[in-house]
Design a protein around this ligand. Structure first.
Ligand code: DGL
Length: 268
């Protein structure tokens, strides 16, 4: 048993897709969330920059006292191996394994699409992981550079995001996938639009949700669940102003969240 909070980080609002499921599957746990909105989008950064950002995000959460850290960010997960995070000292969960496993379990035809940030697609981490588990799988990956800035600005269900999604998804559609990985945790926030374009016969894999379910499995296995029997509290920190985060959180959670802006010194 451990009553400390679960730490979750992302570049911005994307990790809310993980928090949404955590609130559902582990309602009594406290959550401390960092959205590094000042440095977003992570998906356009170099591998070296991502290593530094991950280190700073992890240190921020550790300073606040957490029992586990979830990198609810496909870009960090695919570019910064856990072994490169020094002095971690807490269990660490990332997006890759739970998301890839969910996709392989779901897919019948083993024709799998991945949409993610350019940095995630460049790493080919998810594609390689899929192939290492099932060498017969056919994978198509598309980097969607414009999604994150649009989602952060609150374009969740309008013509702008729909036109953008149509552009990115056309190649995936002609590849005839039966399963599409939303490999950036921001994308489940626009899953309605993506689902409408892909059609109901294509299963969407929510990387944020799968990460949350992995957090639950790890806490259970390690006997680290809270003893609290009442609802936990969630604290959200962002590194720029709170306005955009608050707007998207309101749409996605259908209620306002307790978000605080911090001045964090992330050196580049
Ligand atoms: N939500 C993150 C991811 O899963 C980061 C996106 C970004 O900042 O570009 O990749």
């Amino acid at each position: 048993m451990n009553n400390m909070a679960i730490g979750v980080f992302d570049s911005g609002v994307g990790g809310l897709s993980c928090v949404k499921e955590l609130l559902h599957c582990l309602p009594n746990e406290d959550i401390k969330y960092l959205g590094d909105t000042l440095k977003m989008p992570y998906g356009m950064k170099t591998v070296e920059e991502l290593h530094l950002l991950a280190k700073n995000d992890v240190e921020f959460l550790k300073r606040r006292g957490v029992k586990l850290i979830a990198a609810a960010c496909g870009t960090i997960s695919s570019n910064v191996p856990k072994e490169h995070l020094e002095n971690l000292n807490v269990p660490f969960v990332d997006v890759i394994n739970p998301t890839v496993n969910a996709a392989l379990n779901q897919s019948k035809t083993k024709r799998i699409g991945i949409i993610a940030t350019p940095a995630t697609v460049k790493s080919d981490c998810m594609g390689q992981r899929i192939k290492s588990i099932d060498s017969s799988a056919q994978v198509i990956s598309i980097g969607c550079a414009d999604f994150v800035p649009l989602i952060e600005a609150g374009h969740i269900d309008d013509d702008l995001i729909r036109n953008c999604a149509e552009k990115y998804l056309s190649q995936i559609k002609s590849f005839n996938v039966d399963t599409l990985i939303l490999g950036c945790t921001h994308y489940p926030i626009i899953s309605k639009v993506i689902g409408e374009i892909m059609g109901s016969e294509v299963a969407l894999i929510d990387s944020g949700k799968e990460t949350a379910l992995e957090v639950k499995r790890v806490l259970e296995q390690m006997h680290l669940l809270t003893e609290n029997s009442s609802n936990g509290t969630s604290k959200f920190y962002v590194t720029s102003n709170t306005e955009n985060f608050d707007n998207v959180a309101k749409i996605f959670f259908e209620k306002s969240v307790n978000v605080k802006s911090i001045l964090m010194d992330i050196k580049e």
